[in-house]
Design a protein around this ligand. Structure first.
Ligand code: GLU
Length: 551
């Protein structure tokens, strides 16, 4: 046996499969021409981050637009940094925000699809098979340098003003023989496996990034680590093997990986894989004063996707908003297709911002208000009560005590309304917004409209009580108020009052303001007649009486 084959057997004795085996086990996907296979590959080292949701959306919509497949892969090679519940939060978050997963991890403990396992820690034997093949072909070798030796080397390079790294003549173990490796292993030394790079720093790699366009960089010439001492691959190696065997066509990922592309393309080449197409996504930015900066996991609560769930933004609103920052042509499409599902939008990565989309909370609120305003009361009931169940138990109790009452409350200025009000952006605003519907939350301040004295208010309400009928429609409801107005010195019509302000104390509008304050404690509300009909006679009369007693 030659040196390379002996090394391969020495370093990875237990691996008996060859790459051909996996090539056949994971055949090309049978998809129509042009279908794109995409994935999101989160590391469970933290919770679902806005950037990961955004990346997932881009990958998902790319697969959808092309009739392809979107899958998830858990990149858990860094066991030290893994956090408990990370996978559940990430996959659960994708599910919650409606990013449907065709394959891979669909929940914390369940994966589906023919290209698995979809968790890197369960794929060690696959990576090792490809590493062994490289060893046999003389394209990889073991390195026994300790961390201290590597630091020393780097310091020396810095002193000599040489590019740091394990390359060229600095690659200590590049020409290690089988005998030497065997001796070191017998001494109990641990080793990593490095790529024997054939790259040359003076040559350029050129690739076409589907978002950022043509990118040119020096070739990689570093003998970088492909397999760590624990037998687990580095990200670079796992990426090449997994995306090849899972038959990924397009990798949309954070642009912090751009500088690694020369390494990745080199790996694809020496492994004999057809390279994937890359699209590098700039980070989502935020305005901090006048300066733009990356959204930060440490400083910004909205960096964690859970924040949007807690605040009670409907998933649909968050996704709709992310689509507007993902694609510069999305809003035009939305105007032309106001009722279509966003998934029907044909996504073109060339329309993505190269410099980083700006996250604008006000815009998100506006988008969300429009979306909520279009929902029917049944849908609002279901989303709102689900939210409250998770995040506000007291409110959940109130909302579900009488579902019929709550649904009638939600229908005011909504179902059947020509212009539904756009004043709710997220569910955590609704407890305050709807407080007057619930005696337990109703705490009026007993104030008066500007032009109305307590005596006038009392006189009006006494007369109103006598004619009030909970079944009045909007017209007769207001007609009754207008009929009382002249009896106490108010104009029935606003324009009458405006024409002769000295002849009246105010107008019927001021008197409906009295009624509004009495019944809801607010100066502004949606349709008061509708509100009173939901509240019912008993609550309305009680509140009017309390108001009369307290002003
Ligand atoms: N696990 C890598 C990360 O979380 C994935 C990058 C990729 O999509 O390839 O950054």
């Amino acid at each position: 046996m030659d040196n390379n084959k002996l090394l391969a057997e020495l370093l990875l004795p237990g691996i008996d499969k060859t790459p051909d085996y996996y090539e056949q086990l994971y055949p090309q996907r049978n998809l129509p021409e042009g279908a794109r296979v995409t994935r999101v590959a989160p590391s469970p080292t933290g919770y679902l981050h806005l950037g990961t949701l955004f990346t997932s959306l881009i990958n998902r919509i790319t697969a959808t637009t092309s009739g392809g497949v979107f899958y998830t892969r858990i990149e858990d090679t860094d066991k030290k940094r893994e956090i408990e519940g990370g996978i559940a939060d990430i996959i659960g978050g994708l599910n919650r925000f409606g990013i449907s997963i065709d394959e891979g991890f669909v929940s914390e403990n369940r994966e589906k699809g023919d290209y698995g396992p979809y968790k890197q820690s369960l794929r060690a034997y696959i990576y090792q098979c490809y590493v062994k093949d490289l060893l046999r072909r003389g394209l990889a070798y073991p390195c026994f340098c300790t961390a201290e030796e590597l630091t020393e080397m780097r310091e020396k390079q810095e002193r000599l003003k040489i590019r740091t790294g394990y390359h060229g003549e600095w690659a200590e173990h590049r020409n290690i023989t089988y005998a030497e490796a065997k001796r070191l292993i017998d001494e109990g030394k641990s080793f990593v496996i490095r790529l024997r790079s054939s790259g040359d720093e003076s040559r350029r790699v050129i690739f076409d990034d589907v978002i950022k366009g043509k990118i040119e960089m020096p070739e990689n010439d570093e003998d970088f680590v492909i397999l760590k001492s624990d037998g687990i691959p580095t990200y670079h190696f796992a990426h090449a093997v997994d995306d090849h065997l899972m038959r990924t066509t397009h990798v949309f990922r954070g642009d912090e990986w751009i500088s690694s592309v020369p390494k990745h393309l080199e790996l694809f080449k020496i492994l004999g894989f057809r390279p994937v197409k890359y699209g590098h996504i700039s980070p989502i930015m935020k305005l901090d004063g006048d300066a733009k900066r990356k959204i930060s996991k440490r400083k910004d609560p909205e960096a964690a996707v859970r924040f949007f769930a807690e605040e009670g933004y409907p998933a649909e609103a968050v996704i709709e908003y992310l689509m507007t920052i993902a694609a510069s042509d999305f809003e035009d499409w939305r105007r032309a297709n106001p009722t279509s599902d966003y998934r029907c939008f044909k996504f073109n990565p060339k329309k993505m911002s190269v410099s980083g989309a700006l996250f604008d909370n006000n815009k998100l609120n506006d988008v969300s208000k429009i979306i909520i305003s279009k929902m029917k009361s049944e849908e609002v009931y279901s989303l709102l009560s689900n939210w409250a169940k998770e995040f506000d138990g007291e409110f959940y109790g109130l909302l579900t005590e009488s579902p019929d009452y709550t649904k009638r409350m939600l229908a005011v200025d909504r179902d059947g309304a020509r212009n539904a009000r756009k004043d709710i952006a997220k569910w955590n605003e609704t407890k305050e917004y709807f407080a007057y519907y619930f005696d337990r939350l109703f705490s009026p301040e007993y104030s008066l409209p500007e032009r109305v004295t307590p005596q006038d208010a009392r006189a009006f309400l006494d007369k109103y009580k006598a004619v009030y009928d909970a079944c009045d429609d909007r017209q007769s409801w207001f007609d009754k108020i207008k009929a009382i107005a002249p009896q106490i010195g108010f104009a029935a019509e606003t324009k009458e009052y405006k024409a002769q302000p000295d002849s009246f104390k105010g107008s019927a509008g001021d008197l409906s303001g009295v009624l509004r304050l009495a019944v809801t404690g607010r100066i502004n509300t949606p349709d008061l007649c509708g509100i009173m009909s939901v509240l019912g006679r008993e609550k309305c009369i009680n509140r009017i009486n309390n108001y009369i007693d307290n002003i």
